[in-house]
Design a protein around this ligand. Structure first.
Ligand code: AMP
Ligand code: ZN
Length: 469
């Protein structure tokens, strides 16, 4: 399996640290608002990466944090006259709802920065002991950037070029730093802010140290994959590498994966520019599966422009898959023949080709767009080769295969209520037909099957009505 590694700027063969296992950390959102669909891109992309590893038989330890202490959260709390804890708790709940809607699997662990302060103090202590960090007069602790000779290796920047870029900061008077390149590990509290006791001052951690510590605690010092949006390469991930490798003395992460941005009108979608849609707004208009399809229909390293046209086209593409699935389901329930014929068995074997294409695409740095094309070829095959004469077994084999491939993409075959409703209508129709044919056993069977799905039928003068139990 090839993965594009930001460290080497090349595709590299994936070799896990421990056989059969993947240790993966994905930087999570800062929780001060509903997440926007830009934030959903890394969630969906790396959830799909995880699902593919699982499909290949790996056990994935997937850690994704919530940054629940931050200037923006504090600002929001002040505006609302509440605590930053109340703000972050509220938006963690909302974020988890959106993730569930988007069929993003819960992480193995979702650590919260505020619950890991002891680990942060301990890592900062180690960095001070090793000469990689120092306390300034006002109690701020800084990382001594020049003490880490490999600084810049992820973002491919030269430390001296960075120095000149930081002159303005020097002028702006961050006078407590030894060097303008140094970054904050611990900062003193300001009035009204949440704080923790530490050996240096009452205060709170810098953002970068949070991820270094949470990754180490839940995954160990050396991990396979660290991921996030491309805006995190510098300085966040560069700083994480400096902290973790300086403290632990071993390589932090073997592979660094970064998704490109989701844009709107070809401009970066961001809260600060005000040109964003929340996941909630979009999922009120579209089935969340459509959002997922839209994201995966592009390569994760290519910028993606959000537009109503693309969403509409994602919607109709997805419908092609769910329609094929519904037809297969219908055949499974209504086929006269139970067992596959020899011809069907042979036909089924030819669909290995689509699985191979799908896997090849995914093995090539998770090319989900090509993987979806393989699924569409498979859908076309289903539409041409499944008919009223098809056996139940043939329909089921095809359904299971389609479900498995779509499952890697996190796409469900039975999606919104509409789909479900139309399936129910079809079953009711089939029951009416059975009654017309005086096949009362079949009519009863359908009624029972509907009942098992929680659907109650009522025969009224106007015809059959149904309701949910
Ligand atoms: P934040 O809450 O800003 O820390 O962002 C959480 C995650 O969303 C990070 O991995 C960001 O890189 C990512 N992200 C933020 N905005 C976008 C966007 N417009 N497109 C893609 N990823 C984004
Ligand atoms: Zn992070």
């Amino acid at each position: 399996m090839q993965i594009f590694n930001t460290l080497s700027r090349q595709k590299e063969e994936f070799v896990p640290i421990e056989e059969g296992k993947v240790r993966m950390y994905v930087c999570g959102p800062t929780v001060y608002n509903l997440i926007h669909i830009g934030n959903a891109r890394p969630m969906i992309v790396f959830d799909t990466v995880r699902r593919y590893f699982e499909y290949k038989g790996y056990t994935v330890n997937y850690v994704s944090n919530f940054t629940d202490v931050d200037d923006k959260i504090i600002k929001k709390a002040i505006e609302e006259g509440t605590t930053s804890d109340a703000v972050s708790k509220r938006y963690i709940v909302e974020c988890k709802k959106d993730m569930a809607d988007l069929n993003v699997k819960p992480a193995t662990t979702h650590p919260l920065a505020t619950e890991e302060i002891d680990g942060m103090i301990s890592m900062i202590n180690t960095l001070i002991e090793k000469g990689h960090a120092y306390k300034a007069e006002d109690g701020t602790v800084y990382f001594r950037t020049r003490s880490f000779p490999e600084y810049g290796k992820l973002s491919h920047r030269n430390i001296d070029d960075l120095e000149s870029g930081h002159r303005d900061i020097k002028v702006a008077g961050e006078s407590t730093k030894e060097d303008p390149l140094d970054f904050v590990l611990w900062k003193p509290k300001k009035e009204g802010e949440p704080y923790w006791k530490s050996p240096w001052c009452d205060g709170r951690p810098g953002w970068h140290i949070e991820c270094s510590v949470m990754s180490k605690k839940y995954l160990g010092q050396e991990i396979d994959i660290h991921a996030g949006g491309e805006d995190l390469i510098f300085p966040h991930h560069e700083n994480e590498i400096a902290q973790s490798e300086a403290a632990n003395g071993v390589q932090f992460s073997k592979y660094w994966m970064h998704n490109a941005f989701l844009n709107i009108d070809n401009k970066k979608m961001s809260k600060s520019l005000g040109n964003f849609f929340t996941v909630r707004e979009i999922t009120e208009k579209y089935d969340p599966q459509v959002v997922r399809f839209f994201m995966l229909n592009a390569h994760y390293r290519s910028p993606l422009n959000f537009s109503a046209e693309l969403m509409e086209s994602a919607k109709s593409s997805l419908e092609r898959i769910t329609t094929a699935a519904r037809n297969l389901k219908y055949r499974m329930d209504n086929a006269a023949e139970k067992k596959s014929t020899d011809a069907e068995t042979a036909l089924y074997m030819t669909t290995n080709e689509f699985v191979n294409k799908f896997e090849e695409a995914m093995e090539d740095d998770f090319n989900t767009a090509d993987a979806l094309s393989a699924i569409f070829e498979f859908v076309k095959f289903i539409n041409t080769n499944v008919s009223e004469a098809s056996s139940k077994e043939f329909a089921k084999l095809l359904y299971d295969r389609l479900e498995k491939l779509c499952g890697v993409m996190g796409l469900l075959l039975e999606t919104d209520e509409e789909d479900l409703d139309s399936e129910i209508e079809k079953m009711i129709e089939a029951r009416q037909q059975a009654r017309k044919n005086k096949d009362f056993a079949e009519a009863d069977r359908i009624r029972d099957e509907l009942l098992s799905k929680g659907i109650i039928l009522e025969d009224t003068r106007e015809g059959v009505k149904w309701k949910r139990a």
